[in-house]
Design a protein around this ligand. Structure first.
Ligand SMILES: [Zn+2]
Length: 166
């Protein structure tokens, strides 16, 4: 195959791929996919637009950056030394919004799993994802045990086609 890209184009392309492939969310998706789990992404009809939605498990997964979402007691980010108040206020707003989203989801019968960026470092990824897998299985089990019908999610509430003729 002929390589028609200039060195500069190739560099741009490669750096793009690299930055994308190291995104924490992609690590989670990749692991789940390789282990046979299927999911949907950024489902807008699910409150809070979770990063990953696994409807059969009634589970919404958020992959949170430690800085932006204010991971408590985490030392894998450094608070900027300038404009510290600005960043603290911004992060506090993000945390509040996160909490609201998790509450709305749980009120609607969803399980919420939050995975932090620092838990996806190469040395911790496998352990983290095994724990996620256990949670998923627990969620599935809880669904089987519960005999009451689940509340409709918003996008399942679409009009049901009429089967009978008038
Ligand atoms: Zn962290």
């Amino acid at each position: 195959m002929t390589d028609t890209m200039t060195a500069e184009q190739r560099h741009k392309c490669m750096s793009h791929i690299r930055s994308k492939a190291t995104k924490p969310e992609l690590k989670v998706r990749h692991w789940l996919w390789m282990h046979g789990y299927r999911y949907r992404l950024n489902v807008k009809s699910v409150p809070g637009k979770p990063d990953i939605v696994m409807r059969p498990y009634r589970t919404a997964i958020f992959v949170n950056g430690c800085f932006w979402h204010g991971h408590e007691d985490c030392n894998s980010f450094k608070m900027p030394k300038t404009n510290t108040d600005f960043w603290l206020a911004k992060i506090e707003r993000n945390k509040q919004r996160d909490r609201q989203n998790y509450c709305i989801l749980q009120d609607n019968g969803w399980n919420v799993i939050v995975i932090w960026e620092c838990q996806l470092k190469p040395s911790r990824l496998e352990q983290t994802m095994r724990e996620v897998e256990i949670l998923l299985n627990e969620n599935m089990l809880a669904l089987y045990k519960k005999h009451t019908p689940l509340p409709y999610s918003i996008d399942e509430a679409a009009p049901i086609p009429m089967a009978a003729e008038e």
